[in-house]
Design a protein around this ligand. Structure first.
Ligand code: SF4
Length: 318
């Protein structure tokens, strides 16, 4: 078994919502006690509806947002204890690819300049910079002539290739990809997913792949964690989850994926009600107001995430 590169223990992120005179402050629990392990070379998919806390989880792991509690053990060390300069050093090995690269590529800078910035920040010797930039831009499917251009001169797919090149510049071990293909056309999505898979093989990368799109996650992930209102409610190998999801919420999510085989019958499970507000979550199992299998105890005590048939599930049905 490959060793874990990243171990997240009881990670929590609370955002202060308000504090009235003489009253307890109120918080939104965006991430609530998440435990996940990602092994070297693995792709762990994180899925769930928007607002379930998956992007906050990704940002907390990189400490782009400071977690409220929990441990983030990367390469054997708890990086939550790291100061600014240690964090700057470790970020060399942990990079992020964002959903919309146009928002994160400075429109006033050329691609050459954008790709040089991380090399300067991490004190890569000057003579090594240009060969690295030229090698990386070609690895992501662009060419040296693109380096003199600005972000607005590229298509969405090309911009995401530049975003990936920037994440790759320092040859990291872990890439957290937050909805990296959701802003792209379907035909371009598969090109970017194939590129990410090729890069994983070439550079032995480990991915935490965040997406609301289950078909995309099915394409790329080895294991999948399903999140609901800040918590992981099922974590399983991709094949097991997609063939037979156990948690009622995971069942409803997967029932919505279109099937390519016209003979295959899949009954769509339509959930009643909206995702509850994370500032005022339901008691007990947070899914109980929308669950068709809800029992009395589901409304009182939250079910623990426990091992069921070789996977982790948080539900009283098992
Ligand atoms: Fe449904 Fe109860 Fe399971 Fe929650 S614990 S998913 S309410 S059956």
């Amino acid at each position: 078994m490959t060793k874990p590169l990243l171990v997240v223990k009881n990670l929590q992120k609370r955002f202060l919502l308000g504090r009235a005179w003489f009253q307890e402050p109120t918080y939104v629990h965006a991430v609530n006690g998440v435990n996940v392990t990602v092994s070297e070379g693995e792709t762990l998919g994180i899925v769930g509806e928007s607002g379930c806390g998956k992007s906050t989880l990704g940002r907390c792991i990189l400490r782009l947002i400071e977690p409220s509690e929990g441990e983030i053990i990367f390469q054997g060390s708890d990086i939550r204890a790291y100061g600014k300069s240690d964090m700057q050093n470790i970020r060399r090995n942990m990079q992020m690819v964002f959903q919309n690269p146009f928002d994160t590529l400075n429109p006033k800078l050329t691609i050459q300049h954008i790709l040089t910035e991380p090399l300067i920040a991490h004190r890569i010797p000057k003579e090594q910079r240009q060969p690295l930039i030229e090698e990386t831009i070609e690895i992501v499917g662009l060419s040296k002539r693109h380096l003199a251009r600005y972000a607005h001169e590229f298509s969405g797919g090309q911009r995401q290739r530049i975003g990936i090149a920037r994440a790759l510049m320092l040859r990291p071990k872990l890439i957290i990809a937050d909805e990296p293909v959701s802003a792209l056309d379907v035909s371009i999505q598969s090109q970017i997913l194939n590129l990410l898979q090729d890069l994983q093989e070439q550079f032995s990368l480990t991915y935490l792949f965040i997406s609301h799109d289950l078909s995309v996650v099915e394409h790329i992930a080895d294991r999948v964690a399903v999140m609901y209102l800040g918590e992981v409610i099922e974590l399983a190998k991709k094949e097991e989850l997609f063939q037979r999801p156990l948690h009622p919420y995971a069942q409803s999510l997967l029932s919505a994926i279109p099937v390519s085989d016209p003979d295959e019958k899949r009954e769509r499970i339509i959930l009643t009600g909206d995702l509850p507000s994370p500032s005022n979550p339901p008691t007990g199992c947070k899914f109980h107001p929308r669950c068709w299998a809800c029992m009395d105890k589901c409304k009182k005590e939250p079910p623990a995430l426990k091992e069921v048939e070789g996977r982790m599930v948080a539900c009283y049905l098992y």
